[in-house]
Design a protein around this ligand. Structure first.
Ligand code: SAM
Length: 392
């Protein structure tokens, strides 16, 4: 049976030959022609088909001609760069009515090589990611926690929506991915109100800026107050570099690893705090008053909903898909990880705050089941229906 399905479902890798590529004057393939060259051949592997079958997902969404558009988001302030995008890509961006600042381009367009992208005027981000951020309902002054932040497309959108008040705290267990997130913040000049921690999101416990009682700051000894966070610099002090070299810190941290601040902006609330103040242990009552206004838990998952991502495995090799996405041990422990991330994100919310749980998986096990179990275990949590942009 698997073999039969194997030969039925086919992918759409870009297939360009010199003979059939129609080039426009500046050597860009014509928009419609390039789209048609996006044609299908490779079968889906058995293991992935079994995964889809056991989760009730229709394999045809990964097959035939790739019709998923390329989504882009304009950086606020660069709304007039539509013409630039069109002249660089030879395709007209179509506005997405239901998501402010989002446009679509045909699926074959690669934005990474365009100047508009390199100059930080547009982002590559899917509409579903944008919808998760919009559902947070960001308001001026909000303190926002992004518990699985890297590589940072959603974090950037949160910062763009926040403007010049409030703060954003990004957490991720993977150091190299969070470092890429820091680079992104710098590229889009968005770091001012942000801080980034390499930490395990299931145990992270640092609350937003601005929570330091006056009595405490007076009590802190003079010596300790001298040792406060100064303006962030990419150059780490010699002592710190020596320590890091000695400890050879892991790329992906575990629960027991203390949170490690790898970036903070000038108005993120970190400058002027001592380490003790930043990492102060807080009580549940203190979190209720001084916790985050909004929390995004964009949890680690099997990524099966990222159709374009899955299609890339045809080039990367299906064995990689097996290892990175479908490994049985990994999928079993994912449920626990997702539930623990959601539970800790909720714990860090202040009373009246709201949380969005999202994944890029289409499986009920990683979405509805996790939320149901969480609601059963947390009677102070109530489900809210996000209506403001579903009315489109
Ligand atoms: C779906 S990705 C997040 C995408 C991100 N929100 C964005 O918009 O670019 C999931 C992330 O969770 C991180 N992760 C996995 N386990 C984690 C944990 N225990 N704590 C925090 N982050 C974790 C992974 O390193 C990965 O970067």
């Amino acid at each position: 049976m698997a073999n039969k399905i194997d030969s039925e479902y086919r992918f759409s890798p870009p297939r360009k030959t010199k003979q059939n590529a129609v080039l426009s004057p500046n050597n860009q393939p014509d928009c419609a022609q390039a789209f048609m060259e996006h044609a299908a051949t490779a079968p889906l592997p058995d293991a992935f088909l079994h995964f889809l079958e056991s989760n009730g997902i229709d394999p045809s969404i990964y097959t035939s001609i790739d019709s998923t558009p390329r989504y882009i988001r304009l950086k606020p302030g660069f709304e007039d760069c539509i013409q630039e995008i069109q002249s660089e890509t030879k395709c007209k961006p179509e506005k997405l009515d239901w998501l402010l600042g989002f446009y679509t381009l045909p699926p074959h367009i690669q934005i990474a090589s365009t100047k508009v992208y390199q100059q930080g005027k547009i982002y590559g981000i899917d509409a579903s990611s944008g919808a998760a951020v919009m559902a947070l309902g960001i308001e001026p002054g909000d303190h926002v926690l992004d518990l699985c932040a890297a590589p940072g497309a959603k974090l950037c959108m949160i910062l763009d929506l926040l403007g010049d008040s409030g703060s954003v705290t990004g957490v991720d267990a993977a150091r190299h991915r969070l470092a890429a997130c820091r680079t992104m913040l710098q590229k889009y000049k968005l770091g001012d109100r942000c801080r980034l921690f390499v930490a395990d999101g299931t145990t992270f416990s640092v609350i937003p800026e601005g929570f330091r009682s006056d009595s405490e700051s007076c009590e802190s000894g003079l010596e300790e107050r001298m040792d406060v966070f100064k303006e962030w610099t990419s150059r780490r002090p010699w002592k710190e570099r020596k320590r890091a070299k000695k400890c050879s810190t892991p790329q992906v941290v575990s629960k027991s690893h203390p949170p490690e601040l790898i970036y903070y902006g000038r108005h993120s609330g970190v400058i002027g705090l001592t380490k003790k103040e930043l990492y102060k242990t807080v009580t549940e009552n203190e979190i209720a008053s001084y916790g985050y206004d909004k929390v995004l838990v964009d949890a680690e998952c099997t990524h099966d909903g990222s159709v374009k991502h899955i299609q890339k495995f045809e080039h990367w090799g299906w064995v990689t898909l097996q290892r990175r996405v479908l490994d049985a041990e990994r999928t079993d422990s994912l449920h626990t990880l997702q539930l623990n991330l959601l539970t800790n994100g909720f714990r860090l919310l202040k009373v009246g705050g709201s949380l969005i749980y999202s994944t890029c998986s289409l499986t009920v096990a990683q979405n509805e089941d996790v939320v149901e179990q969480f609601l059963k275990e947390n009677i102070t949590a109530g489900r809210i229906f996000v209506l403001h942009f579903l009315s489109y």
